[in-house]
Ligand binder design. Sequence first.
Ligand code: PLP
Length: 291
Amino acid sequence: MSLPLPFAWLDGRLLPLAEARISPFDRGFLFGDGVYEVLPVYDGRAYRLDAHLERLDHSLRGIGMEPLLDRDGWIKVFGRLVHANGGGDQLLYLQLTRGVEAERNHVPRPGTPPTVFAFVAPLPVPPAEALERGSSAVTAADLRWARCDLKTTSLIGNVLLRWQAAQAGAGEAVLLRDGWLTEGSSSSAHVVVSGRLASPPQTHRILPGTTRGAIDEIAARVGIASEQRPVSETELRTADELILASAGAGIRAVTQLDGQQVGDGTPGPVFRRLYAGFLQTRFEFSTELPA
Ligand SMILES: Cc1ncc(COP(=O)(O)O)c(C=O)c1O
């Protein structure tokens, strides 16, 4: 994410980010005991809002926390935050932790109010060169825990994997578990084989990506055959196209994997059609956030 905009949301109020303070006894700080969401806002409208809120509640329930606000409640919070920071295109980060306790104990104390923190940053715009040339990735062993379907703030696995990619000069680590593609360290991964889009099945091993959901809908709409099925390492390495998707970075074509060309080394036809469809859905797949 780029540098944050000046106003943040913390525990029920809007305040200058520079004044936001959280106790070191917050369980998010001590244990990474919390969940988060990252959602794009186009012209003051939250893209795939319902998918994000559904996943937020899934993550909260998955770690034994209760959903906090309903849809209208979140729309009010997001609307106030986005408009306090000037509206337009932004990337919104929301984090809920299990809150602050007096002592450090693994077992959570019931009834502790959650810490709710949100900030926004300008939405990154992919450089034209990245769209024309594609990006690079390396493969890495998926060493994360067994509940990757929960978007928790315990991200050390993802951090190390992404760092590994950066050290190799690549933009993303594409993860393999026991010889099968799971996802990227911070993105969903899809391959194209003989014109068909294949996405690894939604299991506990991968995050239910909101952009992945958009890709599925766009593919159906523009007539790209798509399926959810396991993708082997061999298929990954010989695929015609490799496509990554995330709320923060949108849809990207990977044209170099482990230093080898993917397909003909340029963003392929399926990527181009999906990307064009994606740009067209920004209004339709989004929800207004009133001020
Ligand atoms: C591990 C992982 N998988 C997939 C995704 C894509 O999810 P979304 O499209 O909702 O951003 C992300 C996004 O950050 C991620 O961190």
